[in-house]
Design a protein around this ligand. Sequence first.
Ligand SMILES: [Zn+2]
Ligand SMILES: [Zn+2]
Ligand SMILES: [Zn+2]
Ligand SMILES: [Zn+2]
Length: 124
Amino acid sequence: MRGLCEICGKPAVARCRLCGRKVCEEHYDRSTGLCTICLSARCEICKERLAVGRCVICGRLVCDKCSVQLDNVRRICIHCLNSLFNGDISLARKVILKEKRFLKIPEAPKRVALKVLGSGKHER
Ligand SMILES: [Zn+2]
Ligand SMILES: [Zn+2]
Ligand SMILES: [Zn+2]
Ligand SMILES: [Zn+2]
């Protein structure tokens, strides 16, 4: 394998089977054949394809095949669609699009400024 890791620039050992990036040992996962970037961006349902977004209900990363688009930015995963709406996408759209709490696109939880409790010494 010639070339350099496209993530860190070290000598590459393999090519990611999903994105085709050349990656070094450190950035390659042999068991899946994926680079670390794809590994963390995989659909959490099929674990095969790259995710395109998050489910508005459960927040899982989902690919195109494992989710249904609700509007321009929101999607619902097939599990939530089946369990909550019996697979009825038009019903899901109707309910979710008017529910205020689903207006936001779920993201990884943001750290809200944490108050440091008892700012004294914790070390022994
Ligand atoms: Zn690397
Ligand atoms: Zn990759
Ligand atoms: Zn999937
Ligand atoms: Zn879901």
